[in-house]
Design a protein around this ligand. Sequence first.
Ligand code: SF4
Ligand code: SF4
Length: 444
Amino acid sequence: RKSPVGRCMAQVAMVMNLDKCIGCHTCSVTCKQTWTNRQGTEYAWFNNVETRPGQGYPRGHEDQDKWKGGWRLDGRGRLVPRSGGRARRLARLFANPELPQLDDYYEPWTYDYETLISAPLGEDLPTARPHSLIDGRPTAVTWGPNWDDDLGGGPEHLAGDPVLRKMNDQVALEYEQAFMFYLPRICEHCLNPSCVAVCPSGALYKRIEDGIVLVDQDRCRGWRMCVSGCPYKKVYFNHSTGKAEKCTLCYPRIEAGEPTVCSETCVGRLRYLGVMLYDADRAGEAAAVPDERDLYEAQLDCFLDPDDPEVVRAAEESGIPHDWITAARHSPVRDLITRYRVALPLHPEYRTLPMVWYVPPLSPVVDALTRSGHDGEDPANLFGAIDTLRIPLDYLAGLFTAGDTAPVEAALCRLAAMRAHMRRINLGEERNPDIARGVGMDEQ
Ligand code: SF4
Ligand code: SF4
């Protein structure tokens, strides 16, 4: 459905190309230096980079049976926050079992340099738990952000990944089938943010002009409902000020026409920023579609075509400035999400309509590679062998499309076709824009 156009809104969105992330954490560190380099926010990482498979940060944050973030449909098909219910919320003011604890984050520590330098030489490799100084005392450290960095696919490690746990026995937990990739995460600046819905003080709000979700520090009373209500666990409580804090999408830089700090400093140049126009009425309906596997398509259907005169008229009526409409027209984010459909949302099943999307990693076709020595990225190999990808399709679908493998498969095939095409261009082939749009792909 593409008409009539309802309430037209503008949203700053981001797409990250996971094939290009090298896990250097520059984005996390530059974000920290800019926004959370203060007392009370030592443990807060507005941007973090997770190794997948892995437990993420805070630990196991994707386990919504435990943390109860996002939205669910009630018996009558209406959207309600999973952590909602007034009586339940009041009870949780005193003891909130759905709030991650310090152990799920980590206690900031420093190296015990004395022991590091003066410990006697031993015969064995270290087998003891790592010890560090917390409040000046040597303490065993068992968890922290990126604790499981780069471990990839060891059996015990895989067991801690909530997405893999859901897939259960579909993946053989064998070392030789190990796989890994990096997943950088920030607040999703959702179209339907559950953090805003559950705040009793009205401190969290979504800016009408650009969709950025912020915390009004004057109104925040420190209830921490937003921490449990956000399914991505991207709100942090500042223990020094007693207020909630979160990613601001670097709004002062956006207002000045600059990219976010994480985008500007990204070593892999994998973050694309842009403006999307969307229909707010359709967004309300999309978040409540009964089958969670339809959420990706439903969210796609909310986005409006800024080349359509009717959309431009609706945007003008909503007071969206002309330079924003122009920006939406030339947005790389729009191309990747709606035109080429190679970018996918993270966990659409949380029903918050997230606005940081991801180009899935194009891993090699293991069987084709090993059996015939052919190029695993060549679409001729990929089309017939999608089930033998190094990174299982089901795993990517568990992250990006609520388990529906078809959109992930289509995105990967398009990426492979474009990669092969770009190589052939180097050998003198004519450019063919249809390949990016997936035209003729069905016949392959
Ligand atoms: Fe709110 Fe951001 Fe969490 Fe979405 S990801 S619910 S906007 S804190
Ligand atoms: Fe990945 Fe870029 Fe962050 Fe490095 S700076 S970890 S490449 S997203």
